[in-house]
Design a binder for this molecule. Structure first.
Ligand code: DQA
Length: 150
């Protein structure tokens, strides 16, 4: 089972960026955390971060026929990107949304998530742990779907 883990703009600046909101750990530390979770769950994973909306769309399209599911933290594109929503709907891979912070407890504009409308579940406000929860949720979902089909 292979998962694509997508991270949007400014997440490469974790550690430096508003540590009171996003924590003091770096993006490298997040990638190592994700890799260790996937290794423990015997999942293959590809991690991709970009500050560009189109690059994230390209990566979602490229996952079609290659990955079984997507974990996505669209970062600021959460609140603006119909292109990411459409890409997720186009490939129709099961996707789980993650946010390090609790977007619902912040500014009102963070309460809308376009990509989230194509996701089966959202984890927010749990820091790095939200990625673990998302990966475990997606794995369980994919296993259930496989069983249903056999
Ligand atoms: C974020 C929340 C978004 O509102 C924000 O624009 C981000 C990060 C999070 O992980 O909490 O860049 O997705």
């Amino acid at each position: 089972m292979k998962l694509l883990i997508l991270n949007g703009p400014n997440l490469n600046l974790l550690g430096l960026r508003e540590p009171d909101i996003y924590g003091g750990e770096s993006y490298g530390a997040l990638c190592r955390f994700i890799e260790s979770v996937c290794a423990a769950e015997e999942l293959e994973c590809e991690i991709f971060q970009s500050n560009y909306e189109g690059a994230l769309v390209d990566e979602i399209q490229a996952a079609y026929g290659v990955c079984d599911g997507i974990v996505i933290n669209p970062a600021a594109y959460t609140h603006t990107s119909i292109a990411l929503l459409d890409a997720l709907k186009a490939v129709a891979l099961p996707a789980v949304e993650v946010h390090l912070s609790d977007v619902d407890a912040r500014e009102p504009f963070r309460r809308v998530s376009y990509p989230g409308m194509a996701c089966i579940k959202t984890f927010k406000g749990m820091g790095f742990e939200g990625y673990r929860e998302a990966i475990l949720y997606l794995k369980a979902y994919l296993e259930k779907e496989t069983k249903k089909r056999s």
